[in-house]
Design a protein around this ligand. Sequence first.
Ligand code: PSV
Ligand code: MN
Ligand code: MN
Length: 389
Amino acid sequence: MTTSFETVAPLLAQQAIELPSWAFGNSGTRFRVFGSPGTARDPYEKIADAAKVHELTGLAPTVALHIPWDVVDDFGQLREYANGLGVELGTVNSNTFQDDDYKLGSVTHSDPVIRQKAIDHHLRCIDIMHQTGSRDLKIWLADGTNYPGQDDIRARQDRLADSLQQIYAGLGDDQRLVLEYKFFEPAFYHTDVPDWGTSYAHTVALGDKALVCLDTGHHAPGTNIEFIVAQLLRLGKLGSFDFNSRFYADDDLIVGAADPFQLFRILAEVIRGGGFGPDSGVAFMLDQCHNIEQKIPGQMRSVLNVQEMTARALLIDRDALSAAQAAGDVLGAHGILMDAFYRDVRPDLAAWRESRGLPADPMAAYAASGHQEKIAAERVGGAQASWGA
Ligand code: PSV
Ligand code: MN
Ligand code: MN
């Protein structure tokens, strides 16, 4: 007995995927950042682009901000602007990686003055969160060292723990801190939060409002990410995802592009562990850049990929799978999982979208709408936003 699409459709209606404001700025590699016509010039235009993605897909009701890239004079006004376009402001991402003072570290720095500056930046982010109505403060640190012996790894952990405690103390009752990990880059010998275990250890020490953020691009090749998902959900410490895909390193490519099967396996484990849906406490976000492709359709493709893989993961026949597992039926159990992975849900999703007043094919609808040409004509003059300001 296979699970029918109709059974899982109500669950799909609960899906929300947060878009990163920085996906709508120009980005590139250390070799070149390519400009493209129509790219947003300020936070308002980035939000308008995100709202367009939501309008056509119904999947992206919130936009994440990056501070100081998205600093505006009046965050209340930015919030009203977003609301007027049908979206909310979401996670606030702190940035302590683009200031000369942080060359040797930010919240782990041995100089108390620089460390305080980094802590204060996070407290300012929390203040902004009160104005934007954001729940989550996401911390990704560029801290680390390039050479063995460069600094005392253990003392840096102690300073990290102390700084995080001061930041955590500034959170409001309904706010959360999500701590992201990454095993390399920009530091190449060690990073101060390299893996889920380190993030877990710090967030456990902080308390219930501190959780782990799992960025799918931040693992060594071959890492079994769905196992980490299962473990963090088991421990009640999975706070959010930064979805993207990678072929080699932290490539920030469109989620599901490099390895759709891995995305399926991750989502299957999310659903299995109760991490799906608004009440789960697990936030889905994208953390991507669109270097050579158009940005609005790039984000649309991304949320649609997550939706398609979620639908397939929801279609796993759980009863049959449990029975096969209990019977020790290795190939039978594997086959049940693969049956769901190979289900082509695109026609069902197209019909379902239409029934909800959305375009059956959002990508085609965007291309036909003339919106890209319109913003290319309108957004002339001024500096386009880049992965940065
Ligand atoms: C750097 O690796 C990074 O991509 C992290 O994943 C953050 O989430 C993102 O930048 C935004 O700060
Ligand atoms: Mn990330
Ligand atoms: Mn990253």
